[in-house]
Structures are given as C-alpha cells and as structure tokens.
Design a protein around this ligand. Structure first.
Ligand code: GLY
Length: 490
C-alpha cells in the first residue's frame, strides 16, 4: 500500500530521517515542510516522487493545511519546537492523521526541565538530582544568598541548550565572589527568559554534578522502549572542548550498542531510567508518550547513570550517527510505534563505528548574523570517494547556489572498524567544505584515540566511586558549620 509521509524540519538530523524514509521498501512518497531549501531533503523527496513545501513548520495551522492539501497519511516531526507548539495535537485531533512525535503534554519532558525533574522525584526514578525552580527573580536571588553549594543554573525551558552556568563551591574565601557570579547570571537569564511565556518557571537551580556525558536515543510506543546504540555528543565549539556551547559539533558511536567508556550494565541502567520516565509521563498526564525520546545521560559519582536532560526527538548530530547505519526499515518502526507493537521490531545496523562532524560558518553560535549568507563550495564527490556521507544542515539552496543560514551548515558522517578510524576518515574530507570569502570551522579532536583515552580514564574513576556506594536509596550527610548535620534523602 502506498503512503504519503510529511517530514517537518530542515537540518542534518531531518536529512538523515529523510534518507532513512527514502530507502524504505514500502511505497512511500515523501514530502517535507521547511523554511530553508535543504538540498539533501529535497533530493530524498524528489527520489520518492514527493516535493518540498516552503513554509513555517512551527505553525500548527500551516502544518494542518499542508497535510490536507497533499493528502498526507503520516507526519514525522524532526525538531522539538513544533512539538512544544502543539503541532501533533492539531494534526491528530483535527484530521485524525497520526504523527511520530509526542503531543504537547508529554513533550514537556523536554520543554520544561521542571516537569522532567518533578516526575523523576514523584515516581522515584533513579538518577535524580536536587533542584529548585523559580518564577520570580527576587526569590532566586534570595535562595542564592542562602546556599553556598556548587550549583548548575539553567533556564527552566528548553532554549536550544543555551544559558547554563555551573558554579563550583571550592575555596571558602571566594564565597562572596561566587555568590555575585550566580546573582549576575540569574538576573541576566531571567531577562532572557521573559520572552518565553509558554511555561511559568523561568530558572532552575540544581546540584552540580560532573562526569562523562552520553546520549541514549530510543523509539517508544508509550509502553515499550526500543533503545538505540549510545552516542556521545561534543557540544563545545572548539577543540579540547573549549569555547561556547553549540547544538553539537560532532558525535561518536561504536559498533557495539555501548561506548568504550560505558559498560553494558550502565547501558541497561540508562535504558531503565528512560523506560521509567516514559511510564511516569503516562501516569502523570494520562497521555501516552510516542515517538522518539532521548536521555542526555551522565555517568556521575552520585548515581552512576544519571539523567541530565531529555529530548523529545533525535539529537542533532546524534540522530545522524544511528540513522546513517540503520538497516531496519524505518517505516516498519513508525508503524510499530503507532500500533504499539514495538517489541516485534528487531533493530539492525551496519556493523561499524560512526563519527559525525559538523562544519559551521565562523560567527556560529554567538553571532548568527555574521555566520549568515555565505556561499559554500562543497566537493561531494571527494567526500563520497572516502566512503563518507554528507548531511545538509542550516543552508538554503537557490539556483544551484548553497548559502549558509547561520547555524551548523553540514554534518559529515564517516564509518570505520573503530571510532578513531571513522574519525580519521571524516577528518580527511572536512576540507572539502569551504565558504567563498569567509571561513568555516570544525573539530578534528572528536573521536581521536587520545580523546577517547581521557574519557575512559575519567569514567573509570567515577565508576570506582559510585560502585562503592551501591545502594538503592541514596542518603547524603552534610555538615553545615554552625547548624550541624543535615541529611539529604534522594
Ligand atoms: N546535540 C544536542 C541536541 O540535539 O540538542
């Protein structure tokens, strides 16, 4: 039976989704709704007999109209913002057309850090952190004065991974300076958050944890969770993880389900956390979560696997790692999500390590205006000769000319027997993406032997600490000078 699928979104992750849909053995016609003309997604649509519609995919009315006009049977949502704006609710309620992506309520798992943490505590899910949320800046400032603890100050809403400040409580004599830093950051963040009126909490302050981060992406039908191989994302703009945070400058995946620094037991614990979260969403809201859910995990001395954030979608670039080698027919997976029969799906992947690296125009991520409008020259043939694949991102093509839009322009995936081998392949082709009269940047260190070794050493230290606790219910005793002993129960 033939099926018309509409994909929402326009970046490299959506290009990878489009490619997976286009290679389905089902008779699919792919349409895409996006604001910039992504040449990779356009080619996938064309290859299946479909087309791109340019328009605002964040607007539920616009999406409903395209679904009606094109006679769409299934909508697949790539990024998070359409979920937050109720696109799935509108399409499913008004037209009865199913979507791969959660409704607005369950999507709060990503949209609101407060919601995610609240259900973690209410349903006693392992890996929770102490936190407080604030709607009012004065209250947050008051709290900061009282607490001398190491904290992470975060926007309470998902705002593209920006605005996080970690302040460590190390030298006691610097306490006043630290308090001032926290106050300045809270005040600035509060001002920035004023424009987001869709959730009430503005700021979240939680205990600081450190460790090795990794992403666990899963398909879910609301009851069952089908986990994918782990991926590690590198957020900082420049080599050795310095510079401002970006959406992700690259990501690594091994040919096993786990990563060289995460044990199979830690992988299973991470899956269990995500599974419990999916079930907690249903208990809390009475609405099932369906689509893709990803835990941004951290191996911490406190819990071992700990969940830091949740995505209601594939990560970008993490989604490119898994989708570029997914052998299972993605349309079968979509059908199993909708019919709640995910356990019948056997996932299979091309057996290789995958390293993805982003190429971004200079200016990204702090000055997107500076990064916009530059003509790119891309030697696709040279990239493919090395066995790598290019995924177009934040670009717009018109009359055969590709220009930057301001964010990560392309992502290149390389494949190999090991992570360093795959990284080497990508590194050798990154120079085939250049900007005319401008510069682009990328990270060579991601996936290299040295970077991996450091990660393994760090994970080993963390593991020896959390294993020594080995308890179900955590309790921490804290001595507060002048006040005495305080017991913190998790
Ligand atoms: N790579 C991080 C994200 O997808 O938000």
């Amino acid at each position: 039976m033939s099926m018309k699928i509409l994909l929402l979104g326009e970046c490299s992750r959506e290009h990878a989704i489009a490619e997976a849909i286009a290679r389905s053995t089902h008779k699919v016609t792919l349409y895409a709704l996006m604001q910039h003309m992504n040449p990779g997604i356009r080619k996938c649509c064309k290859d299946t007999g479909g087309e791109v519609v340019l328009g605002n995919f964040l607007d539920p009315e616009k999406v409903v109209q395209v679904v009606k006009d094109k006679g769409i049977d299934l909508v697949v949502i790539g990024p998070e913002e359409p979920l937050f704006r109720g696109v799935v609710d509108a399409v499913e309620e008004k037209l009865g057309v199913p979507c791969i992506g959660p409704r607005r309520g369950p999507a709060q798992i990503e949209q609101s850090k407060a919601f995610m943490r609240y259900i973690m505590w209410k349903y006693k899910i392992p890996g929770r952190l102490r936190f407080r949320t604030f709607r009012d800046v004065a209250e947050a400032l008051e709290y900061i004065k009282e607490t001398g603890e190491s904290v992470a100050i975060k926007p309470a809403r998902q705002v593209g991974g920006k605005g996080v400040k970690i302040v460590a409580d190390v030298q006691a004599y610097l306490r006043d300076v630290r308090t001032r830093v926290k106050e300045v950051h809270v005040t600035r963040l509060y001002e920035e958050m004023a424009k987001y009126t869709d959730i009430e909490d503005k700021i979240l302050i939680e205990e600081k944890v450190e460790g090795v981060e990794y992403t666990l992406q899963c398909f879910t039908d609301g009851e069952h969770v089908l986990p994918l191989p782990l991926v590690q994302d590198y957020k900082h703009a420049f080599e050795f993880s310095i510079g401002p945070e970006t959406g992700g400058m690259g990501s690594i995946m091994d040919k096993t389900y786990t990563l060289p620094f995460i044990t199979p037991e830690e992988y299973e614990k991470s899956v269990e956390i995500v599974r419990q979260l999916v079930h907690a969403v249903k208990k809390e809201l009475g609405i099932e979560y369906k689509g893709i859910i990803a835990g941004q995990m951290m191996l911490t001395t406190l819990w071992g696997p700990t969940i830091i954030e949740c995505y209601a979608r594939f990560g970008d670039p993490e989604g490119v790692n898994v989708l570029s080698v997914l052998e299972t027919d993605i349309v079968d997976i979509f059908e199993a999500i909708l019919s709640k029969s995910l356990p019948k799906i056997k996932l299979s992947f091309r057996p290789c390590a995958v390293v993805v690296k982003a190429v971004a125009p200079v200016g990204y991520p702090l000055n997107k205006k500076l990064a916009q409008g530059h003509v790119l020259d891309i030697d696709v043939k040279k990239i493919e000769e090395k066995g790598c694949r290019i995924y177009y991102g934040s670009v717009h093509e018109e009359d055969g000319v590709i220009r930057t839009v301001g964010s990560r322009a392309v992502e290149i995936a390389g494949f190999g027997d090991s992570i360093p081998e795959a990284a080497e392949k990508v590194n050798s082709v990154l120079r085939y993406v250049t900007a005319r009269d401008w510069r682009v940047f990328y990270r060579l260190d991601i996936g290299q032997e040295e970077t991996l070794k450091k990660m393994i050493e760090q994970a080993n230290i963390i593991r020896s600490v959390y294993k020594s606790r080995n308890v179900e219910e955590l309790k921490i005793y804290e001595w507060i000078p002048g006040k005495g002993l305080r017991v913190i129960e998790y």
